[in-house]
Design a protein around this ligand. Structure first.
Ligand code: GTP
Ligand code: MG
Length: 321
């Protein structure tokens, strides 16, 4: 099929969703040719990007992220903001994903004329895992979206990555999850700006207890934004309890962040960080594509195995290649 770059760029800038979807498909493509074409589109619309609030919603599987995004997104749509949802789906590469699942879970939002919902695969892409979601965000902005909500499961690698593409990160937690604090969640908690204990509609005493536990926890956990005291609130994604409180917390964070200068500085830092990540992946990939490098690599591995060289010495030799 033949594609006309100018037609797509114009369509995208005019806010036409079919052109937006097509552009995202290009940048997510595993075909080198389509991927490059996607980059060309992106380059042509860069001047229209940056004018949104990028909101991350993370949390363990089943905590209610999609349900919350449905009502949060609808709230923004009703306020007149064009709202896009990018749901990062770690399973999509293997199983074809829970695409339908997410769309059916965001039914009210999906129906609204100001909304756009797009599942995005988290891996298996060209040009580095770090880049896809970020580029989808930029394309949504070019299409005129003003609120972009990124959903990601707070497990494994992508939990930290999410903080590097959004302006504000909301961590959704289960009632009674406070005792897991010692373990796995520390990393993501330390980069979350707002903590919300979901499912406040059932068993409020447990919810209140959990709120207290996390309030105590955020006092000790590391956090590097001096302009903001982290909020811990309870919410119900099902009946909408405290949605307003969450919306206000997000607004409040963003205005303080802007006043402080952090908002813009953070975006610049994120770009730099991303550039480094992609560069790292690309250099690594290219090194292993070189036959000469590969031979040297195997030789070094052999010598390390036979206790004839250290790993550091090996790397130095490889770098000389
Ligand atoms: N009682 C109650 N149930 C909720 C609430 N929010 C979500 N649920 C239920 O929890 C289940 C999971 O909700 P989802 O919104 O799909 O959760 P998720 O975090 O997006 O799940 P994954 O994307 O699979 O990680 C669904 O059955 C929801 O109806 C809530 O506030 N209260
Ligand atoms: Mg979900």
């Amino acid at each position: 099929m033949k594609y006309d770059l100018n037609e797509i760029v114009l369509g995208l800038k005019s806010g036409d969703l079919s052109y937006l979807s097509r552009s995202i498909t290009f940048i997510e493509s595993t075909s080198e040719k389509h991927f490059r074409f996607g980059q060309e589109i992106l380059e042509k619309v860069l001047d229209k990007t940056g004018n949104s609030v990028r909101i991350g919603v993370t949390g363990p599987p089943g905590v209610g992220k999609s349900t919350l995004i449905d009502i949060l997104g609808l709230h923004y749509c009703n306020m007149g903001f064009k709202t896009a949802v990018l749901a990062i789906d770690p399973s999509s590469k293997v199983s074809g994903g829970s695409i339908l699942g997410d769309k059916t879970r965001m039914t009210s939002l999906a129906k609204h004329e100001n909304s756009y919902i797009r599942p995005t695969p988290s891996s298996g892409m060209l040009g580095g895992t770090a880049s896809r979601t970020k580029e989808s965000i930029l394309l949504c902005e070019a299409a005129g979206f003003e609120r972009i909500i990124v959903e990601t499961v707070g497990v494994g690698q992508n939990e930290i990555n999410i903080a590097s593409v959004v302006d504000v990160l909301v961590m959704l937690l289960n009632p009674g999850s406070g005792d897991e604090l010692q373990g796995i969640k520390r990393g993501i908690l330390e980069v979350s700006d707002i903590l919300a204990i979901n499912k406040a509609d059932n068993g409020t005493s447990l919810v209140n207890e959990t709120v207290l536990e996390y309030k105590n926890a955020v006092r000790i956990l590391n956090y590097d934004k001096e302009f903001w005291r982290r909020k811990v609130l309870k919410i119900s994604a099902i009946d909408g309890t405290n949605l307003e409180t969450l919306v206000n917390a997000i607004d409040d964070f963003c205005s303080k962040s802007r006043e402080n200068g952090f908002f813009d500085k953070n975006r610049i830092d994120q770009e730099g960080q991303r550039l480094k990540e992609i560069l790292k992946e690309e250099i690594f990939k290219r090194a292993f594509q070189s036959q000469q490098f590969l031979e040297k690599y195997e030789e070094v591995v052999e010598r390390i195995k036979n206790k004839k060289a250290t790993a550091i010495k090996g790397v130095m030799e490889l770098l000389n290649k």
